[in-house]
Design a protein around this ligand. Sequence first.
Ligand code: UD1
Ligand code: UDP
Length: 357
Amino acid sequence: MKIAVVVGTRPEIIKMSPVVRALKERDADFYLIHTGQHYDPYISDIFFKELGLQRPDIHLAVGSGNQGEQTGRALMGLEETFKKNGTELVLVQGDTNTVLAGALAAAKMGIKVGHVEAGLRSYDLRMPEEYNRRLTDHLSHLLFAPTEQSADILRNEMVPGEIHVTGNTVIDACDQNMELAQDNAEFDFYLPGDFVLVTAHRAENVDDRSVLRQLLEIFEGIPRNKVYPIHPRAEKMFKKAGLYERLKNIKGMYLLKPQGYFEFLVMMKRSRYILTDSGGIQEEVTSPSINKKVFVLRDSTERPEAVSSGHAQVVGTDPDTVLRAIDHFEQNKWSPGICPYGDGKAGERIVGIIMSD
Ligand code: UD1
Ligand code: UDP
């Protein structure tokens, strides 16, 4: 069976890497396509190098654009690529525009779709990702749900495909790379000994000037060092709002370029706690090798399992609420539960299912 593995953004490269590793181990007939949704080296190439992934066999250079523009370019490029290569199964991961384009192109061509990380729902319709997830799940023939909870969502929605609970490949990626990261992370800046790690990039946050102001108030209210590897979208929007200088000048703020995976793993491990609106980071912190508290700067999460395990707390972006939650954490003992996202063997499990299908 000829398999196309599609990636387009930073988290897809990271989370698909255990699947690619398992495909190689089984000598599967596959090829790797990068849509080029993410293209700057520090948010794309570096992950191929660090994760030991082959260079993509096909690069579509889709780049940035409006939702329809970006999804449309990926759809056209992927359709042509699938056709040229006699593709029989397309694997996509997550909820980006690349994922929807891959699933839609394949399904309409009668090619099977396997969705890695199926069944996540935030029920927040301001998020482009929520549409991408829902549509991709309903287009897929094989749905790899990370948890029983996500599988239940899929069953309740009566998706037509086969549902398999596999764990989340992000835990595999942490397990496979933490030791390597600790030996090989290279920091080209001074990393303070005691710090809070921050990331924020979601459109519903950084595209809204009033939320940017709230984020600044939150960072200003934390009397610790703050390390913030800033996503290009967030950098662009802080600059556009005329708030970048204020961000840079916050006391104890270390504003960095986006970091490689090795560097970011080490930073998560060394941090006191994390503030983020990222999806993947909410999962990673539950990995036994990281085990950190994360304050989710959003009104909802599609990762309720991380909330139940005590790792994630959804706090929104109101500065008073966020700072109160942080203060409570600082003053009290924290004992999280076990990792809800599996045993680090999701990639092998997914490939086992594909090969026996
Ligand atoms: C995308 C995903 C989001 C995911 C995130 C991972 C969608 C709808 N969103 O958001 O779910 O959490 O990736 O990081 O698919 N840019 C650069 N260099 C790059 C890439 C982007 O400067 O290499 C800038 C451009 O100004 C671009 C903006 O970032 O317009 C947004 O990029 P885009 O890929 O549209 O969405 P992300 O915010 O990265
Ligand atoms: N990450 C990274 N360097 C950074 C920030 C994040 O390697 O500077 C990794 C992080 O470990 C996680 C993934 O990128 O695996 C999360 O990506 P992002 O937050 O961009 O997307 P999301 O998960 O929200 O879709």
